[in-house]
Design a protein around this ligand. Structure first.
Ligand code: GSH
Length: 217
């Protein structure tokens, strides 16, 4: 089989989702796949093939032989099909629907709110010499609580988000939570959401998460 090549920096939550999936499939960086890291926010660092692989300029991109795939949901489902064990998609239609709902919630709400409006303002902006926009964080706090309340209602916790097996939904949520838990808003939120809290305690030391650490954790 052609070697997999994954483009994107290790600090990106979306790149990490794919790396977690690869790790859960027992595929190891440098042995089974190559990571090509670069700062996606610095156009000068983009590899020359990046524009044609990723027309919207986003990471991750997975190259597999002649096939180039962008969009994390397409990449992770592709990996789950070509490396079927362990399966990361539930067979029950209701659990599969819930998994897909959580992935959409991460894409459309959790990532922009918990990561961009809270984590980036609280943690990464000050590191880069920009002052935190506290007004934005305050507004985002109530949005974050609404988002977490929706997730709390959907979760059917029994070790993982949906039952006894890890799914792509867990892989999506884990890196988002690593960053969100570095913020005061994240830490304070857990007491309000017992399902999310139990899930986070169950997964936060998972090897696939620890082995894909970024500079922030
Ligand atoms: N819809 C994309 C979103 C990926 C995404 O937002 N990636 C971020 C890094 S975490 C990115 O590439 N940002 C670069 C930019 O917006 O210029 C996916 O699911 O893969």
């Amino acid at each position: 089989m052609e070697k997999l090549v994954l483009y994107g920096p290790s600090f990106s939550v979306y790149v990490r989702i794919v790396r977690i999936v690869l790790r859960e499939k027992e595929l190891i960086e440098n042995e089974d796949y190559i990571l090509k890291p670069f700062d996606v926010f610095e156009p000068a660092e983009h590899p020359k093939e990046f524009k044609s692989l990723s027309p919207f300029g986003k990471v991750p991109v997975l190259a597999h032989g002649d096939l180039g795939i962008y969009e994390t949901s397409a990449i992770t489902r592709y990996l789950d099909q070509i490396f079927p064990s362990p399966s990361l998609q539930p067979t029950s239609p209701s659990s599969l629907a819930r998994m897909n709902q959580v992935i959409s919630i991460v894409d459309n709400y959790a990532y922009p709110i918990l990561i961009w409006k809270i984590f980036v303002e609280r943690i990464s902006a000050p590191e880069e010499g920009r002052e935190c926009n506290y007004q934005l964080v305050e507004q985002a706090h109530s949005e974050a609580m609404e988002c977490l309340a929706a997730l709390e209602d959907l979760i059917d916790f029994n070790g993982f988000l949906f039952g006894k097996a890890l799914s792509l939904a867990d892989c999506y949520m884990m890196p988002i939570f690593v960053y969100f838990m570095l913020t005061p808003e994240g830490k304070d939120s857990l007491s309000e959401f017992p399902n999310i809290h139990r899930w986070w305690l169950a997964v936060k030391q998972r090897p696939s998460l620890l082995k894909t650490r970024s500079k922030w954790g």
